[in-house]
Write a protein that binds this ligand. Structure first.
Ligand SMILES: Cc1cc2nc3c(=O)[nH]c(=O)nc-3n(C[C@H](O)[C@H](O)[C@H](O)COP(=O)(O)OP(=O)(O)OC[C@H]3O[C@@H](n4cnc5c(N)ncnc54)[C@H](O)[C@@H]3O)c2cc1C
Length: 483
């Protein structure tokens, strides 16, 4: 069933597009675009009308946290939804929030924690918007347990290129519901989302650091603990070779049971959850990235990884310890603008998802390929996953390894990195693996069907033809993948 409404006077409003440079979070892909930041549903409709009249293309953009080109549109138009950032309602009895698309993960937990709720699924940064989280169907450190972000979305309103609002849920327009979540902004613009949060019984988690001596040990820990742990994530030292290849530090975190941590109730205060803005109360953390830049510039990333691994033994001895939800989840927000350490070339992230049986062997092979070609990621993060019911899903019963790699300004080094990543992509796709578009900049058109399967691609294209027949929604990613 399709029900739609049009916002009034949508086409009549003037649209002040501005020329800006719009880049991915990794600063290595993107380009000039005409940008508009709507404040209301009417302004979204006006922007759509304007772009359609011009016969131009439009990328939808949230907080711009996708590492690659998922929300960039070189020489096209970009609708930046960060200005539509109101939490329209929050029900303290159920923990369900009704949000505009620009509400961030931070906005949501700030509202929910005061009532004893935490978002079901959060990313490694709290800057991500609800629209971007739904469009990419983001996953957290609990993906193997609670599934993806979309599984906590009850319903949403999607604006089509004609300016109509279509309500979608598991009962209403279910095909569009399951395709727009994870549909990377190709089918319409989320203008309102109804999102579940989960009850927590303390403002803190109980956390363990567990040293993994090599890659196989990392998998062993994931398999041993996934039945009982609420969150599992491993930092992996991708510089280690030989018997230590794939060593790392696993973090396990468990929620508190009712009454288990009475003192933790005071951490329902949102001010006590936020990551601190200074180190030791003195040094502004915004000053840290130049030091990290020096480590990259002077080839000391391997040493930094070694030091971090050694520090893991101390953390293991001190475990378990208590940590606020914010401090556990948003490690990457501790150092503002950390990505600047990769200037001037920026970075890409490459996150393959590999089926459980092939995971250990395939991820070992990828590490070896990176090391062979001299493109060793400065950061590796290993997670466990489970499948979800969304059409363009990237999840599966298996593992993912997020690999952050510096990009050189030198064209031949950059080309060499892209060649290495494409070789790795073939290894992954041959093993029945998948990729996550929020973390991609290198896949080619030929990967699209291999990644999703022919049936899913045909269904997605049919929905695109139905809801966006003129192909207005485009991004650099969608053109690269031949969507
Ligand atoms: C430091 C860091 C850590 C991260 N950690 C994780 C992690 O742990 N797990 C994870 O899954 N991801 C992670 N990510 C990736 C991030 O969660 C995704 O890229 C997410 O989609 C970003 O949301 P955004 O609001 O920035 O959207 P953008 O990056 O701006 O856009 C993402 C996609 O959403 C579409 N879109 C945006 N708004 C709308 C809308 N209103 N309607 C329809 N489509 C829309 C865009 O067209 C684009 O395809 C991380 C990113 C960073 C920078």
């Amino acid at each position: 069933m399709t029900t739609s409404t049009s916002p009034p006077t949508a086409d009549a409003l003037p649209v002040p597009w501005r020329d800006e440079s719009v880049m991915g979070f990794g600063m290595s892909v993107g380009g000039p675009a005409k940008v508009f930041r709507p404040q209301s549903v009417e302004e979204v409709a006006a922007a759509f009308g304007d772009v359609r009249r011009q016969g131009a293309s439009l990328a939808l953009r949230g907080a711009g946290c996708s590492y690659g080109d998922a929300s960039t549109n070189r020489n096209g138009h970009v609708l930046d939804l960060t200005g539509m950032n109101s939490i329209l309602s929050f029900d303290p009895a159920t923990g369900v929030a009704e949000c505009e698309p620009g509400v961030t993960v931070r906005d949501l937990w700030k509202r929910s924690i005061a009532h004893g709720y935490w978002p079901r699924v959060v990313s490694g940064t709290m800057q991500v918007s609800m629209g971007g989280a739904a469009a990419m169907n983001i996953h957290g450190k609990n993906n193997y347990r609670l599934g993806a972000f979309g599984e906590g979305v009850r319903s949403f309103e999607l604006m089509t290129p004609k300016g109509e609002l279509v309500r979608c849920s598991r009962e209403q327009n279910a095909d569009l519901f399951h395709a727009a979540i994870g549909g990377f902004g190709m089918l319409g613009c989320f203008t309102k989302l109804e999102i579940e949060t989960k009850r927590v019984h303390s403002g803190r988690l109980r956390v363990w650091g567990i040293v993994a001596k090599d890659l196989d040990h990392n998998f062993e820990i994931l398999e041993d603990l996934h039945g009982e742990a609420d969150y599992l994530v491993s930092w992996v030292d991708l510089h280690a070779t030989g018997a230590s290849l794939g060593r790392g530090l696993m973090h396990r975190a468990d929620q508190m049971k009712p009454g288990e941590d009475p003192d933790g109730l005071r951490f329902y205060d949102p001010a006590l959850q936020d990551v601190p803005s200074t180190i030791l109360g003195l040094v502004p953390k915004g000053w840290l990235w130049p030091g990290m830049w020096c480590a990259v510039k002077f080839g000391q990333v391997g040493l930094v990884n070694w030091l971090k691994f050694q520090a893991g033994f101390r953390e293991e001895r001190q475990s378990p310890y208590l940590q606020t939800h914010g401090a556990f989840h948003f490690l990457l927000d501790y150092v503002p603008r950390w990505q600047w350490m990769t200037k001037p070339g920026g970075l890409i992230q490459f996150q393959p998802f590999v089926p459980k049986a092939e995971g250990p062997q395939v991820l070992r092979r990828l590490i070896e390929i990176c090391q062979r070609d001299g493109h060793v990621p400065y950061l590796g993060v290993l997670k466990k996953h489970k499948p979800d019911p969304f059409l363009m899903t990237h999840a599966l019963d298996g593992y993912s390894m997020a690999m952050d790699i510096c990009v050189s300004k030198n064209t031949s080094k950059r080309d060499s990195l892209w060649r290495t990543c494409r070789e790795m992509a073939d290894v992954v796709l041959d093993a029945g693996g998948r990729f996550y578009y929020a973390k991609d900049a290198v896949l080619m058109e030929s990967s699209f069907s291999r990644l999703h399967g022919g049936d899913a691609v045909a269904q997605f294209r049919a929905l695109k033809q139905r809801w966006d027949p003129e192909g207005m929604f485009q991004t650099d990613l969608s053109r690269r993948m031949g969507v």
